[in-house]
Design a protein around this ligand. Sequence first.
Ligand code: SF4
Length: 187
Amino acid sequence: MIKKSLWVFHLNSGSCNGCDIEVLNIFAPRNDVERLGIKLVGSPRHADAIAFTGPITRECLPKVIDALTAVPDPKVVLAIGACACGGGIWYDTYSVIGGVKELYKILREEYNIEPPATVFIPGCPPKPEAIIYGVAVARGMLEKKQRKQVYIEPEESVVEEKARLESLLMEAEKTRHFLPKLEVRRV
Ligand code: SF4
C-alpha cells in the first residue's frame, strides 16, 4: 500500500522533552509506525522529512539551519508541538527566536533559502495520533512533490466545463431552491 517509506530526522531544537516523548511513543509497540514504513534516521542526509520539537533557541539556530539544508529536496518539515509551531510559551523569551515561522523569516532574509512545505502539528504536547496524522499528511505532500507533474488544462475541456456549468445553472433556475429574480410591475 505504501509506495515509499518516509524517513524522518528528528531534531530537538529546544524542547522540554514532552514532545520528544510523544515522538518516541509513536514508535512504541502500541502504535508501531515502523510497520507503515515510517522510520527515524540518524542523519538528515538520509531523511525525507525533518521533525522539529520545541522552540528554536538562539544556541540551536545554526544547527537547525545546517540540518534543514542537509535534507535532500523534495523535503517536508514537521513542526511538532506548540513550541515548534510558534514558540509556545517561550515565544518572546530572550534565548528563543520563536517557532518555524521565525526560522523561515531568517532563511528567506539572510540566506535567500525558500522554506520547504511544512506540516504544523499543534498541542502541548500533541497526542501520538495527531503526530501520526501529521506524518501521513507529510507523506501525501511528498508523493505529490516527487511526481513533479505539471497539469495544464486543455482548451477544449475549459469550453466543455463552461457549457456544463451553464446547463447546470439553467437547471438550477428551474428548481424551487433557486432564488427568483425580482420583477418590478407597474400597477
Ligand atoms: S509544546 Fe509543550 S511539551 Fe512540546 S516542547 Fe513545548 S512546552 Fe514542551
